[in-house]
Design a protein around this ligand. Structure first.
Ligand code: NIG
Ligand code: FE
Length: 388
């Protein structure tokens, strides 16, 4: 494989404090060498070694690719009318999930595959080089298995979310559904999943049901993560910390005890501001978490109901404007934070040896991601060292 020099970088964000200034590891007037899909060298532009090809950043900023650690990209159907009703004053309750379940069950594999591919490419154009994808709109053994099979074709970061909601046909016997999720459905999911997740929320699964699902997943070799405290206070975060989950996602309604538990754990709090934007709900208080010492990640939650955006730059801008994060904190959370939420050390930074997932911005610094909201600032994306 040939090597590539990215030269004339106005500001290189490495997320490697040993390589540059501050937590973002920022190097001004820098260059970066990619070799064999990995970062081989970073340093002053004037000292850059030769490479086979050159990509001139023209004074723009260079960042690690975004790590979107929470999406639901496998689905069929459209819920624009539900969105319009919310914007006219209706509340989001998660009830629309059933609409997507019906459409997804009816859709052929090819349609689901095309949707995943369309959204993955859409995200890549906006700088997302790693995307986690959940099941959860099938809720039968064959439908959950095929969702994960299709997701796994697009990403190794796949999550079994059979415990998204209790489907209508099990409404009067939810414990039988939990048994299915922990039994035959899990067996069918395992070959295509790395993670197990549960929507622990009033109206979905309570603490005991959620614990049973996560424990069964762990026993089958999957690692846990939790949809926690999204619509109201509840046991989700407590459970995530108790089980050593990589991440508790949403974290919108937290008690002081929840914050303290997260701060004393290795569980990342993944905040999903696209959800609050699209449901017109109060945003989670990122400042409170950061000030307590909690590791925070940002992700899109891309799904057809509560957050139909694939844009990590939008999430960064919302986190800064609405959640009291500094631009540096938000950029870190959307890159290194996402990597930590997926327990990955090869992505989310541009230290030597990192996977060469690299963004070149049409802007002089990372600040512009929040300063220029809604503007397509991603000029080039390298994925595994290859220009996309
Ligand atoms: O993360 N919280 C549960 N699941 C999704 C919403 C799914 C939907 O509304 O279709 C979420 O917001
Ligand atoms: Fe979600």
């Amino acid at each position: 494989m040939t090597s590539m020099a990215v030269t004339n970088i106005g500001e290189l964000v490495t997320n490697d404090p040993a390589a540059g200034h501050g937590r973002l590891g920022v190097l001004p007037d820098a260059a970066l060498i990619v070799d064999d899909g990995r970062v081989a060298w970073v340093g002053a532009n004037a000292l850059a070694p030769a490479a086979d090809t050159v990509l001139d950043a023209q004074g723009g900023a260079v960042l690690p690719g975004f790590v979107d650690s929470h999406t639901h990209l496998v689905f069929a159907g459209d819920r624009a009318a539900e969105f319009a009703a919310r914007m006219a004053g209706e509340r989001y309750t998660g009830g629309g999930i059933a609409t997507t379940v019906a459409a997804t069950r009816a859709a052929p594999d090819e349609e689901l595959r095309a949707t995943v591919e369309r959204l993955r490419r859409e995200a890549l154009r906006q700088g997302t080089t790693t995307v986690e994808i959940k099941s959860g709109y099938g809720l039968t053994v064959p439908d959950e298995a095929r969702m994960l099979r299709i997701a796994f074709e697009a990403s190794p970061e796949t999550t079994y979310l059979g415990a998204h909601v209790v489907p209508a046909e099990y409404a009067d016997r939810p414990d039988d559904y939990v048994a299915l999720v922990c039994g035959a459905m899990l067996d069918a999911a395992v070959p295509y999943a790395r993670w197990v997740d549960v929507f622990c929320e009033r109206g979905a699964f309570d603490a005991d049901q959620a614990r049973a699902v996560l424990a069964a997943g762990v026993a089958a070799g999957l690692a846990p993560r939790v949809h926690a405290n999204q619509l109201g206070p509840g046991p989700g975060v407590r459970l995530a910390v108790e089980l050593g989950a990589a991440s508790a996602d949403h974290c919108t309604h937290l008690s002081n005890a929840d914050v303290a538990l997260l701060a004393g754990s290795s569980t990342v709090a993944t905040l999903l501001p696209g959800g609050e934007f699209s449901t017109r709900s109060p945003y989670p208080d990122a400042r409170r978490l950061l000030d307590a010492g909690v590791t925070v990640a940002l992700a899109t939650d891309c799904n057809p109901g509560s957050s139909y955006t694939s844009s990590m730059p939008l999430c960064v801008a919302l986190a800064v404007r609405e959640m009291r994060m500094t631009p540096a904190e938000a950029v870190w959370a959307a890159t290194a934070g996402g990597a930590q939420a997926l327990r990955r050390t090869d992505i989310g930074h541009l230290g030597i040896g990192a996977r060469a997932d690299v963004l070149l911005l049409d802007a002089p610094s990372h600040l512009h991601l929040a300063y220029r909201p809604g503007v397509p600032l991603i000029r080039h994306v390298l994925h595994n060292g290859v220009l996309t």
